[in-house]
Design a protein around this ligand. Structure first.
Ligand SMILES: Cc1cc2nc3c(=O)[nH]c(=O)nc-3n(C[C@H](O)[C@H](O)[C@H](O)COP(=O)(O)OP(=O)(O)OC[C@H]3O[C@@H](n4cnc5c(N)ncnc54)[C@H](O)[C@@H]3O)c2cc1C
Length: 440
């Protein structure tokens, strides 16, 4: 996630360590590249390419203090960073990251623990006001229809926000979204060391190059206006070429197109502020509320970021407060998501877990700790040794994890287990994938 967007610390997965600007030891004292250093710095602050967040007043002070407290050693000195010579001066900054699909699932588990009824694979098809409430009709993918009555509706349909306002609720909207496609590629990791890179391209955009799933690298993204159905989005050849071309500029042995093991795309539903350049469209969110004092509200969300999702949710509830006078005050600021109550650093927690399960492989413990936090104990239950894990599907994927996902995380189809709740799919051979599908 972009540091410039991560100022709401409540949404951060890891604390931000701030920025510093370091030179490779071979280049100290050489000021010729100073301009490049400054250029890279501003790019790092806006990795997701939007304009600076107006709400982040405190961050620059914190950043300055952290920079002063740090000594300037190049982060990649001593490892084969893989960079071409011109790129070994740059800015170092720390960032936070999150697996977006795990974040969604953990929020759903949290909601369920707080009394929500979760209906996966269910589409809202029709909403009509009936006196002081809404009547919402929903269709499940198994052919079932449900109708629920509610005092308010929240429309968080992302790229489909207007379809819900118009097609589902039958209302008109004064706002609109601009769809901007972003694509990623995954290749085998091609440098040594744990660091990620943020590369400045000549079109003033930046792309990130992140270590991913231990031995892979995730590279993205593009920023392309998109005018088709959001559900059909897919990476184009031009986007692959674009990403590979930036890598060629910075790395000695950049990956080739044939090495791409996976690619995926998403559509940013950006609030349409009429900006000319898709990279400059605001990443802020905007609410639209249809309703009046005695008319049940429909609150629709335009835009938004992962980094600010908890603040967004709290502000959405504030907007609904007139219809819910007994609403309690916000409480999510310091509340960990399910499994996040690890009591200290991640490494300490993973070490404790490894001590409690001494006969399980350390890499497997690390995997469970990373995906499930303290809920790993629930997943492992009575497991004591590798034989208790059940059938092995390939990589780090065993039957006991599949059972946990089915029972606790609404997993049903192969892609739920292999691609959405986990990334095991990236490590299984095609034959192993087929075998897992038959097992299901
Ligand atoms: C390429 C890319 C890179 C990004 N990078 C970052 C980043 O670095 N940092 C960051 O903070 N953010 C980033 N974002 C933005 C972030 O992904 C979005 O802000 C976030 O996904 C929005 O979540 P959401 O739940 O509002 O919408 P979505 O994730 O789009 O979810 C909307 C959901 O509504 C469902 N839906 C639609 N219609 C209906 C209906 N009729 N009935 C029932 N369900 C319906 C859809 O199926 C979908 O599941 C990025 C986005 C993209 C595309």
């Amino acid at each position: 996630m972009a540091r410039g967007r991560a100022r709401d610390h409540r949404a951060s997965v890891l604390p931000l360590a701030g920025a510093r600007f370091a030179r490779h030891p071979d280049r100290r004292g050489d000021c010729r590249h100073r301009e490049g250093v400054l250029h890279l710095r501003s790019a790092g602050a806006e990795a997701e390419q939007g304009p600076r967040d107006r709400k982040g007043g405190a961050a620059p002070r914190r950043e300055t203090a952290q920079q002063q407290a740090m000594t300037g050693t190049a982060p990649v000195a001593g490892t084969d960073h893989g960079l071409v010579d011109i790129a070994i001066i740059g800015g170092e900054y720390s960032d936070c990251w999150v697996d977006d699909s795990r974040l969604v699932i953990l929020n759903l588990i949290d909601a369920a623990q707080n009394g929500a009824c979760i209906l996966p694979r269910t589409r809202a098809v029709r909403a009509r006001r009936d006196g002081g409430t809404w009547l919402l009709e929903m269709h499940g993918d198994d052919g079932t229809t449900q109708v629920v009555r509610s005092r308010a509706l929240v429309n968080a349909a992302g790229p489909w926000v207007q379809d819900v306002i118009q097609g589902v609720a039958g209302l008109n909207s004064a706002q609109s979204v601009r769809l901007v496609k972003g694509s990623h590629i995954v290749v085998p990791k091609f440098w040594s060391g744990p660091q990620a890179y943020l590369l400045q391209n000549s079109d003033r955009r930046v792309i990130f190059v992140n270590p991913y799933e231990d031995d892979l690298a995730l590279i993205g993204t593009t920023d392309i206006p998109y005018h088709s159905r959001a559900e059909d989005v897919a990476i184009g050849e031009d986007e692959t070429d674009y990403l590979l071309q930036v890598l060629r500029r910075y790395f000695r042995t950049p990956p080739q197109a044939g090495e791409i093991v996976h690619a995926f795309s998403g559509v940013r539903p950006l609030y349409d502020d009429n900006a000319d350049n898709p990279s400059a469209v605001t990443r802020d969110y905007v609410f639209e509320v249809h309703g009046a004092q005695d008319v049940p509200p429909l609150l629709s969300i335009f835009g938004g970021k992962i980094t600010t999702y908890r603040r967004l949710a709290e502000q959405a509830l504030q907007r609904l407060a007139p219809w819910f006078p007994k609403l309690s005050s916000a409480w999510t600021a310091d509340r960990p998501l399910p499994g996040g109550d690890i009591g200290g650093s991640f490494d300490e927690f993973a070490n404790r877990l490894a001590r409690d399960y001494p006969d399980l492989p350390r890499t497997l413990i690390h995997h469970y700790a990373r995906l499930y936090g303290t809920r790993a104990r629930q997943l492992l239950g009575p497991v004591r040794s590798a034989v208790d894990l059940g059938r092995h599907f390939g990589g780090e994927f065993y039957e006991c994890e599949a059972a946990y996902l089915r029972e606790n995380e609404w997993a049903r189809q192969p892609a739920d287990f292999l691609d959405r709740r986990t990334k095991h799919g990236l490590h299984l051979t095609p034959a192993q994938r087929v075998a897992f599908e038959s097992y299901l």
